[in-house]
Write a protein that binds this ligand. Sequence first.
Ligand SMILES: [Zn+2]
Length: 85
Amino acid sequence: MPSCSFCSRQAVGSYALTDLNGEPDDPASWRRAVAPVCKSCHTALAEASDGGRVLKATGERWWLGHGQGKFAEPGNSMTGQWERA
Ligand SMILES: [Zn+2]
């Protein structure tokens, strides 16, 4: 397993994530990803639920799953990685 996307610990798996970097009202600020996450960061994201967690290093807010965000075309993301969390 690669290292966690949020810290230096070893990831336990790759998870669907949603990233907000900018204005929440702007669909261009939202990004969906699938990235390696460690156990403790996964727990933190899961506990954050709909509030998400801000990654202090980048100022981006992250959610577990792909259920958040304002996407212009919800079923057809730019990366083509749309999947239900
Ligand atoms: Zn981590």
